[in-house]
Design a protein around this ligand. Structure first.
Ligand SMILES: CC(C)(COP(=O)(O)OP(=O)(O)OC[C@H]1O[C@@H](n2cnc3c(N)ncnc32)[C@H](O)[C@@H]1OP(=O)(O)O)[C@@H](O)C(=O)NCCC(=O)NCCS
Length: 155
């Protein structure tokens, strides 16, 4: 397995995996997600792939086939009430549904963690939907801790 920044040629496979994540979320929250769609349009995804402030890391097998990705966003915290620091926000993480459970997710997370450390980030953050138990177990196994709770009342 080789992990590197995603490039334009990964776009069709990333789109396919984005649909898989959307399906996972639509199964949990059909009121908020449309199965069969994806988070970003073709144009938006092309922009993100080229954006150094939103690096996407991609894992490929030895034949160059995309196994999984990790979308990240560089956040610079310079607020009046906070010590200046950089956070790497994981915007999306997905392993192809046919090869889950084979430590591709762990390899991606470990790679991103080393990259973040080497590039002076203070922490890694992400959001995970309530009832996405598999993802919660995965992040737990990666050693992540709850930072805050997102609250909601559906009206
Ligand atoms: C979550 C996800 C990225 C994990 O990637 P993965 O390659 O399947 O996971 P790994 O094989 O690297 O798992 C590493 C560890 O996480 C835990 N884990 C992973 N999947 C798990 C599951 N389904 N149930 C319980 N624990 C799990 C285990 O401790 C595992 O270690 P082990 O196999 O030695 O016991 C992947 O399952 C996925 O793409 N899910 C759908 C998309 C999604 O929900 N993304 C997160 C959005 S916030």
């Amino acid at each position: 397995m080789k992990i590197d920044r995603a490039t334009k040629k990964d776009q069709p496979d990333i789109e396919r995996l984005l649909e898989q994540v959307c399906k996972v979320h639509a199964d949990i929250r059909p009121d908020l997600f449309i199965a069969g769609n994806r988070k970003y349009t073709e144009e938006e995804l092309a922009e993100i792939i080229a954006d150094d402030s939103r690096p996407i890391f991609a894992a490929h097998d030895e034949d160059g086939v995309l196994m999984g990705y990790c979308f990240t966003v560089v956040e610079e915290h310079k607020g009046f009430n906070e010590p200046p620091h950089k956070t790497l926000y994981i915007d999306d993480l997905c392993v192809d549904e046919n090869i889950r459970g084979k430590h591709v997710g762990k390899a991606l997370y470990d790679f991103v963690k080393v990259w973040a450390k080497e590039n002076g980030f203070y922490n890694i953050t992400l959001h995970v939907w309530e009832h996405n138990e598999k993802a919660k177990s995965f992040y737990d196994a990666m050693g992540m801790k709850i930072q805050l709770y997102g609250m909601e009342e559906v009206l």
